[in-house]
Design a protein around this ligand. Structure first.
Ligand code: URA
Length: 263
């Protein structure tokens, strides 16, 4: 039987089976072991035999297992380099096919503040770095106003930035829910490895991915938690570029963040 699995997915699926206790390779054709001739079975697996009994795991539906595979791959990563490599070889997200580069992160991972945007657009895709275009310029100004920068050297003045989706969607469309959920185990692992004091969720997509909620106008400026970690939803810079009046609220949220960091 042929499965549409690439090398990495097949390796991850195999490792999962080994972790679950599978200790023998099985063939393409299922064997009903209850039908084996008892005499032959006695010959093979009699008291003098040292052949271990076989454990066969039930099969997992392929669709469900894609998120499981992402989870297994992500959990195995013990540092950011390993996580970046794992994301680069994870081939199940269709957006990867149309993108030029993996947009992993930028800034200093020692930062107390980790910002999560939505998805890369053209410039980010070309450079492989998040928030490098016009939106990036605004984001830098916003956080610069409270003393945080990507090139900050210490936890206190540094900023670390990533996106909910590391691949650029075609025509800059919003990533679909299924695409974001598939990459979510990597995003959660990313947060765990950076271990920031505060996660800033910039816009609806990041809120939907990590809080399971949309409606940034209501969510913004209100502290929430992801897996016990403080989280502050804020307007995305693109919203501020479209509607300058939102800058006032964004400034209030930045002051809220600054107060928490000082407090
Ligand atoms: N560029 C990014 O990297 N992320 C966004 O959310 C928007 C633009």
């Amino acid at each position: 039987m042929m499965y549409d699995l690439d090398y990495t997915a097949a390796k991850a699926a195999l490792e999962w089976q080994v972790e679950m206790g599978v200790d023998e390779c099985i063939g393409d054709t299922p064997i009903n072991r209850y039908e084996v001739d008892p005499k032959k079975q006695k010959l093979k697996l009699g008291p003098s035999s040292n052949i271990a009994p076989v454990t066969v795991m039930p099969s997992v539906p392929l669709q469900d297992s894609v998120v499981d595979i992402a989870g297994i791959m992500a959990d195995k990563c013990t540092d950011l380099t390993a996580l970046r490599d794992a994301m680069a070889v994870f081939d199940h997200c269709a957006l990867k096919k149309g993108a030029k580069n993996l947009v992993f992160a930028d800034g200093n991972p020692v930062a107390r503040v980790m910002v999560i945007g939505d998805a890369p657009v053209r410039e980010e895709d070309q450079q492989g770095r998040p928030f490098v275009g016009e939106m990036g310029g605004l984001l830098d100004k916003m956080f610069g106003a409270i003393g945080l920068a990507r090139d900050g050297k210490t936890a206190q003045d540094a900023l670390y930035i990533t996106n909910a989706m590391p691949w650029r969607p075609p025509q800059n469309r919003q990533p679909e829910v299924g695409e974001v959920s598939m990459m979510l185990p990597f995003l959660k692992r990313h947060i765990a490895l950076v271990d920031p004091d505060v996660v800033v969720l910039m816009g609806n997509l990041a809120c939907q991915a990590l809080l399971g909620r949309k409606g940034i106008s209501r969510l913004r400026g209100r502290w929430a938690e992801i897996d016990g970690r403080s989280t502050l939803p804020m307007f995305h810079p693109s919203a501020l570029l479209q509607d300058g009046l939102k800058k006032r609220e964004a400034w209030a949220d930045l002051l809220t963040l600054q107060a928490r960091l000082r407090g």
